[in-house]
Design a binder for this molecule. Structure first.
Ligand SMILES: Nc1nc2c(ncn2[C@@H]2O[C@H](COP(=O)(O)OP(=O)(O)OP(=O)(O)O)[C@@H](O)[C@H]2O)c(=O)[nH]1
Ligand SMILES: [Mg+2]
Ligand SMILES: [Zn+2]
Length: 307
């Protein structure tokens, strides 16, 4: 029998069986896992096989089915381990804010690179438009132009004032969507808006630091009345790129991927090689400097693996 994981809290999982009933389940003995080293064996979004427990209302998970895809981040405690955030996703929304708290462009680019590496379409949604002044609006306009030019959808919303949300409802229909972003950007508020009866806890960002309070502590999936599901996640402080080599990074910038065949050297890293088509495009303003700086920054941050 098949079920999907909706929530994981330590050793117990909330699962929904194929006939639509929720159960509590745990893992039976040792389960054969993928050959990835992760801190959590089962993630929200996973499909599993189960057996009923004798004389118990709970289930035993006997097998994890192969994942179509997953999103993971580097475990903050052990760089060699990854933490799987969610699996079997159709798309991923990055909820960002330009004020209370501020999401940096570097963080957005890191997130987009991560989604590209995991082959998951990413959508950027700026929330809290109600508190943006002229300065934030000017930044938003630049960001929208920059990200749309390289193929990402960008939206501006205010959950508080219920502005700009209808197009997002359309995007969520019949899909499994991961909602991520820093603490305090409004992920749980967004899901509360979609499910007015749910009443997830949300919390004001701290007045003195402008940062979120890490209110949500577990990833959890919710079914949309209109079909599809969304996954609320705990706020991310930073996002470690998982198992990425310096050489592959440029592929995850669509505007670089498109042009790197024109480089003189086929192993060009687009840093300071002669005849680099990517740098030529930056000089002509075809690739924005801001995105290129993010590339260089991320490139320097990737440790060269020593075997
Ligand atoms: N001004 C304004 N505040 C908002 C908006 N959306 C959410 N907030 C507020 O932002 C604060 C943080 O919202 P949450 O939904 O708890 O944020 P979160 O992303 O779930 O945070 P974590 O669970 O900590 O990761 C709350 O006080 C919300 O009321 C908005 O559109 N405008
Ligand atoms: Mg939350
Ligand atoms: Zn190059």
């Amino acid at each position: 029998m098949k079920a999907r994981i909706y929530k994981s809290t330590g050793s117990w999982y909330s699962v929904k069986s194929e006939d639509g009933v929720f159960y509590q389940a745990r893992i039976k003995g040792v389960i054969k896992l993928d050959n990835i080293t992760s801190t959590n064996p089962i993630a929200v979004g996973d499909w599993v096989h189960y057996e009923a427990e004798i004389d118990q209302p709970t289930l035993m998970i006997t097998k994890i089915l192969d994942r179509d895809n997953y999103v993971a981040r580097q475990s903050p405690h052990n760089k060699r381990q990854q933490h799987i955030i969610a699996s079997n996703l159709d798309q991923s929304i990055l909820l960002a804010t330009l004020k209370s708290p501020k999401t940096s462009q570097g963080f957005i680019d890191r997130f987009l690179v991560s989604c590209e590496a995991f082959h998951i379409p990413a959508i950027i949604v700026f929330n809290k438009s109600d508190i943006y002044g002229a300065g934030e609006m000017a930044i938003y306009d630049l960001m929208k132009e920059m990200y749309e030019a390289v193929g990402y959808k960008v939206f501006l919303i205010s959950i508080e004032q219920k502005q700009g949300l209808d197009p997002l409802k359309e995007i969520l229909r019949d899909k499994t969507t991961l909602v991520s972003g820093h603490s305090g950007v409004g992920k749980s508020s967004f899901i509360n808006y979609l499910f007015p009866n749910l009443d997830l806890s949300t919390q004001e960002v701290s007045g003195w630091s402008g940062k979120g309070m890490h209110t949500t502590t577990f990833a959890q999936m919710y079914d949309l009345p209109s079909g599809g599901s969304v996954i609320d996640t705990p706020g991310m402080r930073e996002l470690g790129l998982v198992n990425m080599e310096k050489e592959e990074l440029a592929q995850y910038f669509p505007e670089m991927r498109e042009r790197m065949n024109g480089c003189q050297f086929n192993n060009c890293q687009h840093i300071n090689e002669p005849g680099c088509a990517v740098k030529a495009a930056v000089e002509k303003g075809i690739i924005t400097e801001a995105r290129f700086f993010s590339y260089v920054d991320l490139w320097h941050g990737i440790e060269t693996h020593k075997y």
